[in-house]
Structure formats: C-alpha cells, structure tokens
Design a protein around this ligand. Sequence first.
Ligand code: ADQ
Length: 453
Amino acid sequence: MSRLVIVSNRVQIPSEKAPRAGGLAVALGAGLKPGTLWFGWSGKRGTGGRTPTLHEAQGVTYATIDLTDKEYHEFYVGFSNGALWPLLHYRLDFLDYFRHEYEGYRGVNAYFAETLLPLLNDDDLVWVHDYQLITTGAEMRERGAQHRIGFFLHIPFVPPEILDALPCGIPLLRALCAYDVVGFHIDDHKNAFLACVSAFLDVTPDEDGSFVYEGRRVQTMSDPIGIDAEDFAATAARSARGAEVRRIRESLFSRALVIGADRLDYSKGLPNRFRAFDQLLERFPEHRGTVSMLQVAARSREDVDRYQQLRRTLDRLVGDINGRYSEFDWIPIRYMTRALSRKTLAGFYRVARVGLVTPLRDGMNLVAKEYVAAQSSADPGVLILSRFAGAAYELRDALIVNPFDADEVAEAINQALTMELPERKERWQALREVVWAGTPERFTETFLAALRP
Ligand code: ADQ
C-alpha cells in the first residue's frame, strides 16, 4: 500500500498541549493512521529551520519547517488571510490584495514543494490541504514530481464573477489543475470551481465533473468532512459530570443556555448573531432573565487588521446589549475570547438548550456536528444553523436560518427555546444519523479512493 503524505499549512503535533480552535487540524488529526507523513509549517518564525525537523508520535511522522518573518507576513497574514480568505468567503469588501504578498505566497508554496520532495517515495500519495497551499502542487510538478497529488479545499469556492476580482485568480485556477483530484465539501463549491474553469480556462467538464487541462485529467469531487461523533459524544457525557459543567450549571440557576463557539472570525457572523440575540430579547421579552447566551470566540489571526477591528466591534456590541438588558443578577451575553479545551466545550454543548451556528459563509462548520454529537438522547437541545454553512446541506433537520436576517434568527431561537421534547427528539434523531455516518475515516477514504492510481 502506498504511504499517505498529508501537507497542510500548520501541522498539529500531538505534544502541543494548549487548546487550539481550528477545523482542519481537528478533522485530519482524528483520521490519521500509523505510517502517515504529515508535512507543514511548525508555527515558528525564525531564520533557521530550512530543513524539516522530524517528530514521531503513534506511528505518524511529523515533518515541520519554519518560516521567516517576511514569509509569515506576506504568505500567511497577507495573501492567505488578507486576500484569499475574504475572497473565498464572498467578502470582496475585505479583499486586501498586494502583488508582493502574492509573490511571497508563491515563494512559500515553492519552499514547501522543494523541502517536501526529498522526503517522498515514488509511490506516495500526496494530499495537500487548503487555500494556503493552492500552488504547492504546481511547484512540485515543475520540479518533476510524478506522484498522484490531490488537493482539498476546506473553505468555499466562489463563482467566476467573484474570482474575477482577484488579480491573480486565473493563475491560481491554473495551478489547481496541476492536481489529479480537487475536492470540496459540497457540490456548490465544486460547481463554482467548474464554472470558473469553464469561464476562464476554456475547458468543458464531463458529466462526472472531471476535465482535461493541458494534457492532464483533473477529477473534482465533493466529500463532506465529518467528526468522530462516537468519541465526541463520550467526551461530552464524561465532561457533563465534571467540575466545569457543574460550575456552569450552578451559575445558570436553571436558566436555558444558548451557546456559540467559533474562531473569532468575520466569516462566522458574530455581530449578526449578537444582534439576533438582541432582537430576541426585544421582541420576546418573556426570555429576559430566563435565558443566557455563552459565546466562546477563540482569538485567531490576531496579526490581521480585520480581525482586530472585529474584536473591537464585538466588544462594543456585547457591552451595549449587556448594558441595556442586564439585571444585577443576570447578564444576557457571556462572552469569552479564548479557546476552551475540547472536553469543556463538549460538556458545555451538552448543557446548552440551543446551539447557535450562524456563519455568513463556511466551508462546512464542525461546531454544528459537534453540538449534535454532544446531546443526550433523553433531552436533546436544538441546533440553529446558517443556510450558508456547508453543514446545512447535510443537517437538514436543524432550524435553518439566513444569518443576515436578525428577525428570522431571533424567531428561530424563540422556536428552539419553546420546542417540546418530542419534536426536539425527532429532529435530533435525524441529525444524529447524519453526523454518526460522516466519520473522519469515511472522509479520508472517499478522497483517497479517488486519488489512488
Ligand atoms: P474553521 O473555520 O476553524 O475550519 P470549524 O469547522 O467550525 O471552523 O472548526 C472549528 C473547530 O475549532 C471545531 O472543532 C471547534 O470545536 C473548535 N473551536 C471553535 N471555537 C472554539 C473555542 N472557542 N475553543 C476551543 N475550540 C473551539 C475550517 C473551515 C470550516 C471547515 C473546517 C474543516 O472554515 O468550514 O468545517 O475547516 O474542514
């Protein structure tokens, strides 16, 4: 059997103790088999580390490289998170494009290719992940790589009218055609990519979503990522008996809890979510004093200006809402800007009557699946889910909302808070089936089945 080589921007080494919020590491970590090589950035900045450092844990080899300060700013802060991330989340108003940052991005992708190639065996299957590494495959091909190389995009892809705004959109599209397989979470993202290659590269995809570009067949697929629901459910049940969950229960005095957990990112729709909660208290005053919202927003990409601005906006918004509605013994919104451990988060999901997952755009959104996995079958909570999350294509029995409509979200929270047990159980059973079926192993196996020669 060929060895699997995973390439991603950040590598999650099991010895890293601090809790980190981030979907890719969580999802890939859960599906890792012994024998795999995982290659990527160490998270460190410096001048050294140009040759990979190797670590072994549970049969998996981790190979990491460092970035220089300049690379970090141009590749990671600049082009990846200042241009590609907003573009691929439909936020042209946030698109900060600079040519030198794109060149820095190309440079780091070339550095990844250069340092990875000497570690490869001829029959390795190489699986490159996410928007930071779009051009790694093309750089590998330029250096003669004959391997089967696949790419998975964890975030949405956009239609031609939007991609067109990025000055280097077409070169990036061409670079994606250096991969043998290009995967997305859902058909919408895949179809947007196919519309772009049709519009800009003049190719006509076949019925099965594959096409030939410059003599190479590129296969596209949708492969929704999942979680280890069994394990998460067990963690949630254990955590529910622990000290932190006891503390939160005691602090609630039998009030209902509405929970949100996200990286502090503008794609997650946090201002809209707080405005919706404001609307709930305004329009349904019976919930004042009887419901509390807990938003855990793990700080993320703090070197990117837009994220600093968002944090200030949220600080103001929470202060304003809490100032208007708080009583001396009740605060409507509890707001934390840090990561919690997975165990604590799982326990909190289980206690929460409502899981509020309302991104403005999201590739998939694993929090939605984790919330479902964490519920108890005897008394499950209700998931409210944005129709713009990839997860909405699978989790159809959630209350599906348009996150831009604060009134609609407020009505959904009211509906969730007043929903009778039989309906909650029925919806949860249907969601449970979907979440339990989509394991990380199934995700990896589906992709590799397409990638294998
Ligand atoms: P993310 O944008 O990081 O992932 P998501 O899929 O929701 O989004 O994953 C976040 C992960 O971090 C979850 O496992 C969650 O439990 C954890 N997390 C969130 N807030 C936390 C907090 N405050 N403390 C601790 N942990 C927290 C990207 C894409 C998604 C896609 C994934 C996987 O943007 O659309 O689902 O990759 O493909």
